[in-house]
Design a protein around this ligand. Structure first.
Ligand SMILES: Cc1cc2nc3c(=O)[nH]c(=O)nc-3n(C[C@H](O)[C@H](O)[C@H](O)COP(=O)(O)O)c2cc1C
Length: 400
């Protein structure tokens, strides 16, 4: 995700400085060139050689160190940065930047850069709540500096409150979002994900093996590209991506249908990546069916409403994308579905193909349009999500 990007990682003197080592490592693994700048206080807490070993780059600590060549270090760092991330950002460093002070390598680099600057503050709760700090924070936000709010939790001194450095997963997500081009800004996009469950009795359900990974990947990718995302999900074990406009959990197909219908008119794009159950038990039992009381149990099933078809009727000029899990005649079946359900295109996957379908992290899909199709190679669900969004974006441009 960060291939070819240069990230200047500013580390200031907070006790969470050790967590920046993991951040540097994650960014390197994602392909970024990471240049670390440490304040003197940070060097008291973690040694520069740790960052140097992980990033395979020299670590900058001193303004007036003997230069390796004629370049001026802070100007070089400021210019080559695609992003400056300060993690942890101390009370002191934020105060200095807000006041226009540039008295060390980190603050001078920040003063000289045109790249986005992202601060991840971490400090004692009383320092964080200090009106001086809060006023500095607001002042910088008004000037388009970005902040990742610290978490509430146990702090180094033993008390609990807001001030813990935000989780590294969250910081990494913010780094990626700051760097991904926003080609779907403000697009209202609804995604459905996961299976649905139909209850036979309070302890037994009919469901399918969908894990929701494809739908969650779509939501994640769309958020990164600037869309306003609503995620409606059946039961999954996944953590919803940060920054959703709305996150709705449902269990049954009817609940999913109601949730989608209620919101579909407010959307520009609807992507149905869920695998709702087509059938539900005709009869459900209020109490657990005791196995001792029945030698055999015959369950007859009723057809559930078809969510795609119901939404298709309300399509208007919205973009509607469906998914199809097929085992044969993939293109012909999908094109028939496109016509019947008023879809723009279908992402069809052969669930019997290796590396495709339920539960796995990759997908082998075919994008099927009304009069054409494109076979895609095996790719991660996140890459497939971006490929789908490329098609959505093309259609959006044609509509405008
Ligand atoms: C052990 C220790 C831990 C500290 N942790 C923090 C912290 O988490 N957040 C913070 O804002 N300051 C913290 N400080 C205070 C800063 O190190 C101090 O304000 C310093 O001047 C910051 O310098 P810098 O912003 O140039 O890195 C800590 C100090 C010590 C001795």
């Amino acid at each position: 995700m960060l291939q070819g990007k240069t990230i200047v990682l500013g580390v200031s003197g907070g006790i969470a400085a050790y967590k920046a080592v993991d951040l540097a490592s994650r960014m390197v693994k994602q392909g970024a060139r990471v240049k670390v700048v440490m304040t003197r206080a940070a060097c008291e807490l973690v040694r520069p050689i740790t960052f140097q070993s992980i990033t395979h780059q020299p670590v900058a600590t001193e303004m007036f160190s003997e230069p390796a060549n004629w370049n001026i270090q802070h100007i070089d760092l400021a210019t080559e940065a695609d992003l400056v991330l300060v993690a942890p950002a101390t009370y002191n460093v934020i105060g200095k930047v807000a006041s226009g002070i540039a008295d060390d390598l980190l603050t001078t680099t920040i003063s000289a850069t045109r790249a986005p600057v992202l601060f991840a503050p971490a400090m004692n709760t009383k320092m964080y709540e200090n009106p001086v700090f809060q006023s500095n924070l607001r002042r910088l936000q008004e000037m388009d500096y970005y902040f990742i709010e610290p978490d509430i939790g146990r702090l180094a001194e033993g008390s609990s409150g807001r001030g813990r450095l935000a989780d590294n997963d969250r910081i990494m997500e913010e780094v990626i979002r700051a760097l991904v081009p926003k080609d779907l800004p403000g697009t209202r996009l609804l995604v459905t994900a996961g299976p649905t469950q139909e209850f036979i009795d309070p302890v037994r359900i009919l469901t399918n093996p969908s894990t929701g990974k494809m739908g969650y990947a779509l939501a994640q990718a769309a958020l990164r590209r600037g869309a306003q995302v609503t995620l409606i999900t059946g039961p999954t074990h996944l953590t919803p991506p940060w920054g959703l406009k709305e996150f709705v959990r449902v269990a049954t197909t009817r609940e999913m249908l109601d949730a989608v219908i209620k919101r579909c008119l407010d959307q520009d794009v609807i992507i149905k990546a869920a695998a709702p159950m087509d059938f539900r038990p005709a009869e459900t039992f209020e109490m657990k069916v005791k196995k001792e009381e029945k030698k055999e149990l015959t369950i007859s099933l009723d057809r559930n409403e078809d969510i795609l078809e119901e939404v298709g009727r309300k399509k208007g000029d919205r973009i509607l994308v469906g998914f199809a899990a097929e085992t044969e005649n993939i293109v012909a079946n999908a094109q028939d579905k496109i016509k019947r359900k008023y879809l723009d295109f279908i992402v069809a996957n052969d669930v019997l193909a290796e590396g495709s379908g339920f539960g796995v992290d990759t997908n082998v899909a075919t994008l099927v349009f009304p009069d054409s199709h494109e076979n895609l190679p095996s790719m991660s669900k996140l890459d497939l999500a971006n490929r789908i969004l490329d098609e959505v974006q093309k259609l959006r441009r044609e509509i405008k």
